[in-house]
Design a protein around this ligand. Structure first.
Ligand code: PLP
Ligand code: COI
Length: 344
């Protein structure tokens, strides 16, 4: 790709927002099967007033990114895991499964058609990829739709939290995110709808995000509205919450591998109690959008827990994890087998 064909966008100042790109992928499910799918320039969707998605929120999504690498390629990161997670989500929501190969092929097609929107290497921006599926035909009684649409759009994005690597502040909310046997472990739109009040309220009170607790006992750390959480102990072990009601973050699973195999650090996935917060030396949010966003402070109903890494910069271990993960994604560091899907 010639740099000259790239869109005239101020890549370095992009935030995390929707920027319309040229093509999106669409495939429809009807009479028990998927059609072949196609690319379209039409970003609008016309739906029946009683479509399953509109009445009973039958919708789910995925989030991934395309990266321009140091040697000028365009790649994406572990798309097979996003495909599998969407399959798991669809099963939980009584939606049809889109086969893994179809999902990955659609990602490749849509990114190839929007190459001019893949931000330049070193700009700090990436092309966000949003696969999603929703029930389209009219339903009245509470039941799954019979017809569905799967789509993927893309949007160039910058950092999820304004200020990029600057540590953020979380609060312990009085709201819960997920029930023990609910849908917290899948990427259902409904998990985000019900978090909107909590996030608006957190912002009003001056916090960047909510650190949710387990709803059964409200003693254990779960995750935030849009990212998993990792902690670093004083002896440099990476610890992350184990729970059946959090989303199995692909970034978090990758970071745990990177910590062990690239940085020689011990890792633990276990229940983490709110009480333990004060004992950690670093904390960060991890996810496709969040990448690895340092947390400087958690406020629990007026009680402030400031991590020793502070509010000025990323902690040392967080920085090493960040550099290694983004190094793998941008082609500066060799990736484990199967992690990088070359798009062109
Ligand atoms: N947790 C929630 C609730 C999310 O929405 C996301 C974003 O996808 C994540 C965690 C991070 O997951 P991943 O690393 O797969 O993007
Ligand atoms: C992602 O990281 O891809 C997400 O989906 C998180 C958020 C934007 C909801």
């Amino acid at each position: 790709m010639e740099a000259t064909t790239q869109k005239n966008i101020d890549w370095t100042n992009l935030g995390f927002g929707y920027v319309k790109t040229d093509y999106r992928y669409v495939s429809n499910y009807k009479d028990g099967k998927w059609d072949n799918g196609e690319l379209t320039t039409d970003s609008n969707i016309v739906l029946n007033e009683s479509a399953g998605v509109l009445q009973y929120a039958q919708t789910c999504f995925e989030g991934m990114k395309a990266y321009r690498t140091v040697d000028g390629k365009v790649v994406c990161f572990r798309p097979d895991l996003n495909a599998q997670r969407m399959i798991d989500t669809c099963k939980r929501l009584e939606m049809p499964v889109l086969p893994k190969e179809r999902f990955i092929d659609a990602v490749v097609q849509v990114v190839r058609k929007n190459l001019d929107y893949v931000p330049p290497y070193g700009s700090g921006a990436t092309l966000y990829i949003r696969p999603y599926m929703f029930g389209t035909n009219p339903v009245m009684g509470v039941k799954p739709a019979d017809e569905y649409q799967f789509r993927i759009f893309t949007s160039p994005v910058g950092p999820y939290f304004k200020g990029g690597a600057k540590p953020i502040t979380l609060r312990i909310p009085d709201f819960d995110r997920a029930a023990p046997r609910g849908t917290g472990h899948v990427k259902a739109g409904l998990n985000y709808a019900m978090s909107l009040h909590a996030i608006v309220d957190a912002h009003k009170q001056g916090f960047n995000e909510n650190m949710y607790l387990d709803s059964a006992t409200r003693t254990k750390i779960e995750e935030t509205g849009g990212a998993n959480i990792i902690f670093v102990t004083k002896d440099n072990t990476i610890v992350t919450p184990k729970s059946s009601s959090i989303l199995p973050s692909i970034t978090r699973r990758s970071l745990m591998y990177v910590a062990e195999h690239y940085l020689n650090l011990k890792t633990e996935e276990r229940e983490i109690y709110l009480e333990e917060l004060k004992d950690f030396s670093e904390c960060a949010l991890c996810g496709t959008a969040a990448v690895l966003s340092p947390v400087g402070k958690v406020v629990d109903h007026g009680k402030e827990i400031v991590f020793p890494s502070g509010m000025e910069k990323m902690g040392n271990i967080t920085q090493k994890l960040y550099d290694t993960l983004t190094g793998i994604q941008m082609g500066r560091i060799d990736a484990p087998d199967g992690w990088i899907k070359e798009i062109c």
